[in-house]
Design a protein around this ligand. Sequence first.
Ligand code: ZN
Length: 161
Amino acid sequence: MSKVAAGKVISIHYTLRDDDGDVIDRSGHEPLDYLHGAGNIVDGLERALDGKAVGEAVKVSVAPEDGYGERDDAAVKIVPRSAFPAEIELEEGMELGMEDGDGNAMPIWVTEIAGDQVTIDLNHPLAGATLHFEVQIAGLREATAEEVEHGHPHGPHGHDH
Ligand code: ZN
């Protein structure tokens, strides 16, 4: 019997709601694939799915510390427009993939643009939020060696590169 475990690619249908019950995010027609145990999804959800079987439905509320973290007001900064490459068309609400000093991917969000002043936020937009997930496990398979090495699934619903 195959169960959700580290090193497997799991396909899930999910709905994510906030405290008011409003839908924040959901899988589309196709399920989302992720590599279990690789931090592709938030910790609290990964733990809740561990050991579950295909076809099982899981309902879990994930606190901020097991989700996208608490909000850190010090992570909001105002920087000049010139800090960004000129070819990037900045828009409020957009996510930018930056790198930290060690070359690790570090997403930031543009929250406000006022003239030459751009407000950026290193907090995930869902930082501080309790995440209410309803998940259906649609399928699973063993990850390939390449997927384990990359830390994400490949294929039609996985990472595209
Ligand atoms: Zn890859």
